[in-house]
Design a protein around this ligand. Sequence first.
Ligand code: HEC
Ligand code: HEC
Length: 260
Amino acid sequence: MRRAALAVAALAALGAAAAAWAQSAGVDARRPGSAYTSRETQAMQRDDKANPGMLSVLEGEELWKAPAGPAGRSCASCHGADAASMDGVAARHPAFDATRGEAIDLAGRIAQCREERQGAPAPRREGRELLALATFVAHRSRGSRISTGEDARLAPTIEAGRALWQARLGQLNLSCAQCHDDNAGRKLGASTIPEAHPTGYPIYRLEWQDIGSLQRRIRGCLTGVRAEPFAYGAPEYVALEAFLMDRARGMEMETPGVRP
Ligand code: HEC
Ligand code: HEC
């Protein structure tokens, strides 16, 4: 017992020393969620033929080209068949929507084009269609560095997200920060607590047997601490998304991520 406790203390000291060294050396100590998954899961994410999230990318590509709404326009009609116009777009969302005067996340932006520019029915949040389109668009940002937060108009949204991040929530009375800032790398039951960087979203989660958004992932943490989750699309989620993207500023997008 005592030996184990000493070993843990030594490891923690080593970890703190490494982090301090990294900081002083200007090395980025942040690690994406994939770094906290098993070798098998990492290999699955890396190999497009094995990554189950790639099916959503392909489905999104079909939807991109398919006409919708009364004018029969597709996303491709306005944005181009090769979708190169979408390169890097996910890496800077949530973005500030000047018309609405508020932050909008990538799924919200796509839904807005579907509804207002194609005149098609508003796609459902977490519905298959919107997830596939968002995964297709976000995949075009793979390797792009996250830049949300460079737009000063997002500052109030990011601050609102930070306040939520630090607030104690739910019956367990825990904040996001207590787990993800203070205890990243530690075990919680069978899972390892990651740093919660949103680099891989939408992700394919093996537990879900499905693709899912960052909002769905955060929802899982909210119910985990026995807090009432927000409704999909709620400003609280957009604020948390904006905060997490700003916290991950400069990290590379890796959509579609694979998680246990
Ligand atoms: C009790 C500890 C705990 C709290 C509190 C918590 N989380 Fe988590 N979170 C986890 C664990 C554990 C995982 C990984 C679960 C897994 O893979 O099975 C996770 C995963 C995540 C991920 C996915 C990261 C990735 O790499 O894909 C995000 C994002 C996240 N949490 C955000 C939040 C937010 C936002 C809050 C506050 C609303 C929060 N978490 C509160 C434990 C926590
Ligand atoms: C009728 C033309 C039209 C159609 C059809 C259309 N869009 Fe758009 N979309 C636009 C315009 C115009 C903008 C720029 C709006 C702005 O910057 O304020 C835009 C912006 C976007 C953005 C944000 C780009 C950025 O640089 O921030 C995304 C993402 C997007 N559209 C995705 C889609 C998807 C996915 C579809 C199909 C479901 C689609 N759009 C259909 C015209 C269209």
